[in-house]
Design a protein around this ligand. Structure first.
Ligand SMILES: Cc1cc2nc3c(=O)[nH]c(=O)nc-3n(C[C@H](O)[C@H](O)[C@H](O)COP(=O)(O)OP(=O)(O)OC[C@H]3O[C@@H](n4cnc5c(N)ncnc54)[C@H](O)[C@@H]3O)c2cc1C
Length: 382
């Protein structure tokens, strides 16, 4: 067991860090306040290979490992987790679903556009009335000749307003709770599908979150992804990978909060000395650094298992649960160390504190992760 990154892995990390420092950092608060989705910057990430990070070269991808992907998302999370979320949803949800379940023909048709960033992708499972309980969804897909007709509304969909293609999970058999859903790739220029209301969010405001509205949206039978009835099973497999990236995003946010607090503590003085000399502050920093390392290691463990082709439901749920909850604690300590300045938008602590909360909710809440972990433990599964 070797915990060091290879030179190549360090290089990939450094490339993302440099890009984030120069192309993202100067705009972070402007984008946050105006809720701007920086499409041009996202496209540049595509040119760097980040929108096809985990996909093979034959489909235009960068063919990086999941460990590299964890590092990429962490580095983006340090600077602006909204951009990290955009990249994560595009890679592991939309593109990941097509890669996992698509036929060779479907992969050749859509993946090169997605992996190069020519297209942006969205993935729609959640609906206004069903999130954790995905089987309660109302969106339907009904077969009509050689087409499927989709009706319904997805909400909270990352990238929905800017996507060129969306993967949509819809009910194809209302009577079958387990195998009653199927997945479809829907190009966004089709008649009958459009982005709906854009959400005004607490954090991650540079990411786009909107509804996906479908009214008699017809797609050819060749747009069905995987088998009829496999929609839920495949969505859960997609989320197994996605959750590792949300864990990595949480690690990035926590690290950003920690580094800012550490630097601030060294220069802020009180009672005649830097506050970093108070043991109360040192203990907070020590706890932050330790928990961040532990969270990152859980993400790496899940990523290595994924790279090895192992089943990662439990490992990814553990990584996401722990990393997101650690990150919430770290950002809260970050605000505390900044004192009053932690509450002020001229300093970085408050944004980390707002952004991080999504990590305990998106791609399955902490409660759902605990249920996944407990179910696997009690069934003696990995
Ligand atoms: C910014 C953002 C981006 C998102 N991006 C996407 C996306 O790209 N695609 C997509 O499909 N979805 C997306 N989502 C949706 C997200 O995955 C859901 O919000 C999440 O799964 C929770 O669902 P919900 O909001 O309906 O909450 P609910 O399911 O209504 O949960 C409410 C509360 O009840 C708890 N709860 C529910 N069931 C149980 C249970 N059985 N036991 C114990 N507690 C329970 C939950 O943990 C939570 O605390 C996004 C959400 C946000 C906020």
């Amino acid at each position: 067991m070797d915990f060091r990154l290879t030179e190549e892995q360090e290089q990939i990390r450094a490339t993302v860090r440099e890009f984030a420092e120069s192309e993202i950092k100067p705009h972070v608060m402007k984008w946050d306040e105006a809720q701007t989705f920086p499409l041009e910057t996202v496209k540049k990430l595509g040119e760097l290979g980040m929108l096809g990070a985990i996909f093979p070269e034959q489909y235009g991808g960068a063919a990086l490992s999941y460990v590299d992907y964890v590092n990429i998302i962490e580095e983006l999370g340090v600077i602006d987790s909204g951009i990290g979320l955009t990249v994560a949803a595009h890679n592991s949800l939309c593109t990941g679903h097509i890669y996992l379940t698509g036929t060779d023909e479907q992969k050749k048709k859509w993946l090169p556009k997605l992996t190069t960033g020519e297209w942006l992708g969205a993935w729609g499972l959640t609906e206004p009335g069903s999130g954790s309980d995905a089987a309660g969804m109302l969106t339907t897909a009904v077969k009509s000749g050689n087409e499927w007709v989709l009706n319904g509304t997805k909400n909270f969909i990352t990238n929905a307003s800017y996507a060129n293609i969306s993967v949509v999970i819809a009910i194809t058999d209302r009577n079958d709770k387990k195998r009653g859903a199927s997945a479809f790739a829907v190009e966004m220029d089709r008649k009958g599908i459009r982005p709906g209301k854009k959400e005004n969010k607490l954090g991650m405001r540079a990411s786009d979150t909107a509804e996906l509205v479908m009214q008699d949206c017809r797609v050819p039978a060749s747009n069905l992804l995987g088998k009829v009835g496999d929609g839920f099973v495949d969505a859960l497999r997609v989320l197994d990978g996605g959750r590792i990236s949300i864990g990595a995003l949480a690690v990035g946010i926590a690290r950003g909060a920690y580094e800012a607090a550490r630097d601030y503590a060294k220069q802020r003085t009180a009672f005649g000395k830097p506050i970093a000399e108070f043991q109360a502050i040192q203990f907070m920093l020590a706890d932050m650094a330790t928990e961040i390392d532990a969270a990152r290691l859980l993400c790496y463990r899940a990523a290595v298992a994924k790279d090895n082709g192992e089943r990662v439901s439990t490992l990814s749920a553990m990584a996401k649960l722990y990393a997101s909850e650690v990150a919430v604690r770290c950002t809260e300590k970050g605000v505390q160390i900044f004192g009053g300045y932690g509450f002020i938008k001229d300093f970085p602590a408050e944004k980390y504190y707002r952004d991080v909360k999504l990590c305990t909710i998106g791609e399955g809440t902490s409660e759902i992760q605990r249920m996944v972990i407990a179910r696997h433990l009690l069934n003696d599964e990995r």
